[in-house]
Design a binder for this molecule. Structure first.
Ligand SMILES: [Cu+2]
Length: 181
């Protein structure tokens, strides 16, 4: 996030062209999804890319909230990290290959590791994007990134209609939904 605040402060001092360059580098540093398009009614491998810690501090916990319509969630085991699967009821019954499904994982928490600010890592889960999700919309996975001494980065901003992630300081990672194959 240092990059973003730095660029905001600088905004009155530098030219528009320089700002564009800063914005591009800041965007690549967010927590983002590797695969940014996926059809509904299909299985999706979500790779969350963590580009930096909390203003220089290492990342010690990553919490991912599972949005409505995303079911059958399974995190990929990760060496050096414990995984908590927080379960709950879905907002409705979703069809999972003919089986009505009413509950499952709503949040995944990776903890116990330490990712230095100057290193890169990925946190992976697999899930089913139900046919109830709407194609041609963006599905967002809010992520909270925690660091020592209470430092935290909340990647939870959901862009309003007509806006994009680039319009926000801490956008939630998103995947554009495509029509069912
Ligand atoms: Cu960033």
């Amino acid at each position: 996030m240092f990059v973003h605040r730095f660029s905001t402060r600088l905004s009155t001092l530098v030219s528009a062209a320089a700002l564009v360059a800063l914005g591009a580098s800041a965007a690549s540093a967010h927590i983002t999804l590797e695969t940014q398009q996926a059809p509904v009614a299909s299985t999706y491998k979500a790779v969350f890319r963590v580009g930096h810690g909390c203003e220089g501090k290492p990342t010690i916990k990553v919490r991912v909230r599972i949005p409505d319509g995303v079911i059958a969630v399974k995190p990929q085991p990760k060496a050096g990290w414990a995984i908590e699967k927080v379960k709950g009821s879905y907002d409705k019954a979703y069809d999972y290959y003919g089986t009505p499904t009413t509950e499952g994982v709503k949040e995944i928490v990776w903890s116990g590791g330490s990712l230095p600010d100057d290193e890169y890592d990925e946190f992976v889960l697999r899930a089913y994007l139900t046919g109830d999700l709407k194609a041609d919309t963006t599905l967002y996975f809010p992520v909270v990134q925690e660091c020592p001494d209470g430092a935290v980065e909340r990647w939870i901003e959901i862009p309003a209609p007509g806006k994009s992630a680039d319009d926000y300081e801490q956008p939630a990672p998103g995947v554009t939904l495509l029509p069912k194959k």
